[in-house]
Design a protein around this ligand. Structure first.
Ligand SMILES: Nc1ncnc2c1ncn2[C@@H]1O[C@H](COP(=O)(O)OP(=O)(O)O)[C@@H](O)[C@H]1O
Ligand SMILES: [Mg+2]
Length: 223
């Protein structure tokens, strides 16, 4: 560990909760405030991890075992941590990542109901022990998310009831994570407008890391 260190911020939540929308608004606001930001998505963000992402998201891979799925997520993450996150933090950058290991806890642990202790051990391997400084979980009822999707697709309802039960377990998993780690994890109500949620996240960031915003260098070990 070096003394110099940037900031690592992750966005989490169910599919369609608004993570990517909020992550890009947050990144734009950071850049407007003069920060150098490294924007990543997990899985992905480099050649090796993007190839693993393509394997994970391929709808034809219906035979994928849940353990294979878990380990592929961790493999993609390990590469991103080594190749991108750690070097960026050492350069005092702010790293913003769309999903990180809390997704694995919520989806593979709570959603697929794999042994939570094993999932957590795998997470430690995939992340190399790196913890986000702040994790914003955008919490929204899967039924509200479904309504948004239906509205966007003009009446189509592609989410099946089994899908809804899975998303509900994932949501409960996220709520447990937020409860267990209140210092690292902030639960952001996702049933507001995009602008309101954006303001909420920015205020949270400003209040947590005020010293950075008032002109101190990043990474002096006081953040
Ligand atoms: N607060 C919100 N209110 C209404 N619609 C939203 C809100 N946040 C996001 N959306 C819309 O919902 C969809 C999913 O958002 P997205 O950011 O892609 O979610 P995620 O990355 O969590 O899957 C997008 O069409 C987006 O414009
Ligand atoms: Mg997204």
């Amino acid at each position: 560990m070096t003394d110099k260190r940037g900031l690592f911020i992750t966005f989490e939540g169910c599919d369609g909760s608004g993570k990517s929308t909020q992550a890009s608004l947050f990144i734009a606001q950071l850049q407007q405030s003069g920060f150098t930001v490294t924007a990543l998505r997990d899985p992905g963000a480099n050649a090796i991890s993007e190839r693993i992402r393509a394997i994970l998201l391929d709808r034809q891979h219906t035979e994928m075992s849940p353990w294979s799925e878990l380990l592929l997520y961790e493999a993609a993450r390990a590469q991103m941590v080594a190749q991108q996150i750690k070097p960026a933090l050492e350069e005092n950058r702010i790293v913003v990542c769309d999903r990180f290991f809390d997704s694995t806890t919520a989806y593979q642990g709570y959603g697929r109901q794999l042994d939570l202790q094993l999932v957590e051990a795998a997470n430690r391997m995939g992340s190399g022990g790196l913890l986000p400084d702040l994790t914003c979980i955008i919490d929204a009822d899967p039924r509200l998310i479904r309504k948004r999707i239906v509205k966007r697709l003009g009446g189509a309802d592609r989410m099946e009831s089994a899908g809804l039960a899975f998303q509900e377990r994932v949501r409960q998993g996220y709520l447990r994570i937020a409860e267990a780690e209140p210092l690292r994890v902030a639960l952001i109500p996702g049933d507001r407008s995009i602008a309101e949620i954006q303001r909420h996240i920015w205020q949270l960031f400003v209040s947590r890391f005020q010293r950075i915003l008032t002109g101190r260098d990043l990474g002096e070990g006081e953040i």
